[in-house]
Ligand binder design. Structure first.
Ligand code: 7TS
Length: 413
């Protein structure tokens, strides 16, 4: 069982005060806080090992290279990838998806092809496909949102055809917390021979991944949402597909031989890692993975289920609160998304912030989803392993106070 009191001691920022009150950090879907081990790893890199990778023949360069490659191997083992060279370091999930759109999409998509996305995608898994679709004459189609806040996979079956060359979807929605029917979508893709890309930005911090069991073609996530530093993300791809793709960015490190009129390219993963990589953050990501594994994903899931259960019950019982998403512990995870009657989500989150509670308000980079729900946005409280049941109660008290205050204002007006 997770003891949040013990875990919280490892996160220096959690002991600070905000607006004169102890910080309650419930914006984990945006980015997570960092344990001391990650912070120390960053400092240690710059104090002891700083050098560029792969280039120098000197000791420091070798140490820096080893640190990056150790993390790469650890990421491969974390996600069940057979080869470390199928793990490409990017800046974040957004860059990983753009890499696939440009390096795979440009080469393998042609006019008349289709890409199947979903109506709940983060803009990162929508806009890159819009860009490539316009360029190549490709049609985008969407698995619709069902009334219960999940994906209506059954109605998507009617859209299936060999024209669909890729199905790209988020494993866990950042705006609703709904868990996608991953296996069903992957099976649909297999039935028509389409490639698959899983946006695991929200999944990877909370649940285990096995790319071999899923047999997905691409998977993307960001270190900063799983206790690691900002500026380092992952793209996993199947070896034969990565081999067949052309590079995304050109420059140093991604080449084998350069002539004035053409170049040949490096082996995986370096073919996709042009220029000096984010060495320090890659090194510190290692410590984040160690931390998560030390706690264990089973424990993390059990703890988050308890937090979500409490949030659904306390907020769900307030008449002035409208909740979005499945509202069911088996189909929703890690966050609640809601509005307070009569309050714009930004005003609601400002009122909650006055209590020292960090939540996020707005469209959560899911404007088409908000349009479908016919709302300007939501207030989102997202949880992680260091949050406590008491913090959920503090959130509920802040929500109740904001709702009461608004009612009073309304009565005066
Ligand atoms: N995909 C999903 C499902 C996400 O939630 C996010 C970030 C991204 C992609 C992009 O990740 P990035 O690391 O490249 O920025 N989501 C959020 C959020 O919900 N609030 O802030 C960032």
């Amino acid at each position: 069982m997770i003891d949040p009191a013990k875990i919280r001691k490892d996160f220096p920022i959690l002991s600070r005060r905000v607006r004169g009150k102890p910080l309650v950090y419930l914006d984990n879907a945006a980015t997570t806080q960092k344990p001391r081990a990650v912070i120390e790893s960053l400092v240690s890199f710059y104090e002891r090992h700083n050098a560029n990778v792969h280039r120098g023949v000197h000791e420091l360069s070798e140490e820096a290279t080893n640190l990056v490659e150790t993390t790469r191997a650890k990421v491969a083992s974390l996600i069940g990838a057979r080869h470390a060279h199928c793990v490409i370091f990017t800046r974040n999930t957004t860059e990983s998806i753009n890499l696939v759109a440009h390096a795979w999409g440009r080469k393998f998509l042609k006019e008349g092809d289709e890409i199947l996305l979903t109506e709940i995608e983060h803009h990162s898994n929508l806009v890159p496909w819009q860009m490539i679709a316009r360029e190549k004459g490709v049609k985008l189609r969407f698995i619709p949102l069902a009334h219960d806040g999940t994906l209506d996979v059954d109605s998507a079956r009617q859209m299936l055809s060999p024209r669909i060359k890729l199905i790209a979807f988020s494993a866990l929605s950042n705006a609703l917390g709904s868990v996608s029917p991953i296996d069903k979508i992957l099976a649909m893709a297999r039935s028509i021979g389409a490639k698959t890309l899983i946006d695991a930005a929200q999944w990877a911090p909370h649940r285990p991944i096995d790319v071999r069991a899923w047999s997905c073609d691409f998977l993307a996530f960001s270190a900063h949402k799983m206790l690691g530093p900002t500026g380092i993300g992952v793209l996993y791809g199947k070896e034969d597909i990565l081999e067949a793709m052309d590079p995304f960015l050109g420059g140093g490190d991604m080449i084998r031989q350069v002539f004035l009129d053409h170049s040949t390219y490096n082996v995986l993963p370096y073919k996709f890692e042009a220029g000096t990589p984010n060495i320090a953050d890659a090194a510190a990501f290692d410590a984040a993975i160690d931390y998560l594994r030390g706690v264990g994903f089973d424990e993390i899931e059990r703890h988050e289920r308890a937090l979500l259960g409490r949030a659904l019950s306390v907020l769900g019982s307030m008449p002035e609160v409208e909740m979005y998403g499945p509202k069911d512990l088996d189909r929703q995870a890690c966050l609640v998304s809601f509005n307070i009657a009569g309050l714009h989500p930004h005003d609601a989150s400002t009122a909650i912030d006055l209590e020292g509670i960090a939540v996020r308000a707005g469209h959560h980079c899911c404007q088409p989803l908000m349009a479908k729900l016919k709302i300007p946005g939501t207030v989102r409280a997202s949880f992680y392993l260091y949050n406590t049941l008491e913090e959920i109660d503090l959130l509920a008290a802040a929500v109740s106070k904001a709702a009461r205050f608004f009612k009073k204002e309304e009565a005066i007006a």
